[in-house]
Design a protein around this ligand. Structure first.
Ligand SMILES: Nc1nc2c(ncn2[C@@H]2O[C@H](COP(=O)(O)OP(=O)(O)O)[C@@H](O)[C@H]2O)c(=O)[nH]1
Ligand SMILES: [Mg+2]
Length: 500
């Protein structure tokens, strides 16, 4: 007798559910929502960059994309959500709040400065680029939370699926962010408050420490002459402690240097200009020259015209200029020599690693998790009388899928999500399990990464969670989640046992 065929992968099962649902729906809000959910399952992972206004989001998006496309600073485009997607025919689609779509060309490879309609009538932009990264993921630039205008804030919140209006059940509530890169501003007293409010960000989303990281941005402004990566390290550690279980990493980055290093804007002429700056070789003169932007613009021992100085400042700022001068002293000469120095001084490598490798690696699970959540929400949609029966009929197959032993990774993501939303409070040891499980994607990797005997580790994990979960002080919800993690460890134990 042959073994039964392996179950279809999670996303295939969910796609099937969507198709079945769509076949049973008549036109209405539910159909729109179901079609959105299916389209999202078929689209690449969406990585959303969010954070305060002017925290450096667009700059970082450009660094990730390796091209200077997202509008930085002022301009209409900075006030709307922009999705960057793969497309060989490069263009900008302006999606209006009434559903109309108009198409604009890029202007010399950059975003147009005007959108052809009032910004408050724009729902979002979809920018199609033939960019290698976008073949694997969509990147979304948001105008920012805690912003000057409420419109921006609402646009961002809606996009993340964290709209303030509780229980809102509309087609628009389909969560769009599969993974989140959140920029934390320079850290001031307001910090503690920002961090405490952080869990709220996760609202109705399926985000968790598996799919969210925080970035300490613009750290060059914080360091005042010292090495910003070194200065930021203890802060990142402290913030990481406060956001444990909420995000999986806190990564300090000099976004501006990262953008200049990645985005193909730095030329041989810029390299020559930097050699002129480095030619000011008296240490005291250099300090005077690089004290403030004004000092750099006015320093009269420097043989470089005003526009070139301005350009270097806009590409590098003062810290970047110091990096460049040090690189020149060490023999950097060509543009490519300088770009290497910028890349390593920017700290961008760690961020790229998480986004490009780890997020992309769990892409299937993240997308399935979001679809499951959205379908569950759809099944409770009350505003579509004609489709009520078809929606109710969705609940039982959804439940079956949620309980399927093959899809333990999905339930682990649910547990991680409950932790990041602040709904599940855990003792330290169990918290460490959740964080590790979320990051690795499965219990096997966690157990074999830990020191000591893997089978004993799996048994201890199962015992830990069963002990906690069976305590009469646990709520039914807590007990259920404890069972999920216990089962995951147990499954690893059985597998190791079978292999002997
Ligand atoms: N010094 C410095 N400036 C930065 C950095 N990142 C961004 N900026 C500048 O900060 C301003 C706002 O950046 P932007 O990316 O538009 O922020 P957003 O509003 O969050 O999208 C721009 O002038 C950027 O050049 C950084 O790491 N260091
Ligand atoms: Mg921006």
């Amino acid at each position: 007798m042959s073994a039964p065929p392996p179950p279809p992968p999670l996303s295939a099962r969910l796609r099937q559910l969507c198709d079945d649902l769509i076949a049973h729906l008549v036109p209405g809000p539910a159909l729109t929502m179901a079609e959105l959910i299916r389209a999202k399952l078929n689209a690449p992972l969406t990585v959303t960059v969010a954070g305060g206004v002017s925290s450096g989001k667009s700059t970082l998006v450009n660094a990730l994309l390796g091209q200077r496309i997202a509008a930085v600073d002022a301009g209409e485009c900075t006030r709307v959500v922009s999705e960057f997607r793969y497309g060989t025919h490069e263009r900008v689609e302006v999606v209006a709040t009434n559903g109309n779509v108009s198409v604009l060309p890029l202007v010399r490879g950059r975003m147009p400065s005007e959108l052809g309609m009032p910004v408050d009538q724009v729902a979002h932009l979809v920018v199609y680029l033939s960019n290698a990264l976008l073949a694997h993921m969509a990147v979304v630039d948001t105008p920012g939370l805690n912003t000057v205008t409420e419109v921006n804030e609402e646009a961002t919140a809606n996009f993340l699926g964290i709209s303030g209006r509780e229980g809102e059940q509309t087609a628009g509530a389909v969560s769009k962010a599969d993974a989140l890169v959140f920029l934390l501003p320079l850290l001031r007293q307001a910090d503690a408050e920002v961090l405490r409010g952080f869990a709220k960000l996760f609202g109705d989303s399926t985000l968790s420490s598996a799919s969210a990281i925080a970035v300490l941005s613009k750290i060059d402004r914080l360091a005042k002459g010292n090495d910003p990566l070194a200065a930021a390290a203890p802060i990142a550690e402290r913030v990481g402690g406060e956001l444990r279980g909420v995000v999986s990493a806190v990564i300090p980055v000099v976004g501006l240097l990262a953008e200049t290093a990645q985005a193909a804007v730095f030329t041989e002429a810029d390299a020559r200009a930097l050699l002129a700056v480095a030619a000011v070789d008296d240490p005291l003169d250099r300090d005077d020259m690089l004290l403030t932007a004004d000092d750099f613009m006015r320093f009269d021992l420097l043989e470089l015209d005003g526009p070139s100085r301005q350009r270097l400042l806009s590409l590098l700022d003062l810290y970047g200029l110091r990096v460049a001068v040090a690189a020149a002293d060490a023999g950097a000469h060509t543009a490519s020599d300088f770009l290497k120095a910028f890349d390593s001084a920017s700290g961008f490598g760690s961020l790229r690693e998480v986004v490009v490798r780890r997020f992309a690696g769990q892409s299937e699970a993240f997308k399935a998790h979001a679809a499951l959540n959205d379908l569950r929400r759809a099944s409770y949609l009350r505003t579509d009388a004609d489709n009520l029966r078809a929606l109710r009929a969705l609940r039982s197959p959804l439940e079956k899928l949620e309980l399927d032993p093959a899809f333990v990774q999905l339930r682990l993501l649910e547990v991680a999500n409950a932790v990041s939303r602040g709904e599940l409070k855990l003792p330290d040891e169990l918290m460490a399990d959740v964080v590790a499980l979320a990051e690795a994607g499965d219990a096997r990797a966690v157990v074999s990464a830990a020191a000591g005997d893997a089978k004993a580790g799996a048994a201890a994990g199962a015992a830990r969670w069963s002990g906690w979960g069976n305590d009469p002080r646990r709520s039914p919800g807590e007990a259920r989640m404890a069972r999920v993690v216990k089962d995951a460890f147990e499954a690893v134990w059985f597998e190791l046992e079978r292999r002997g």
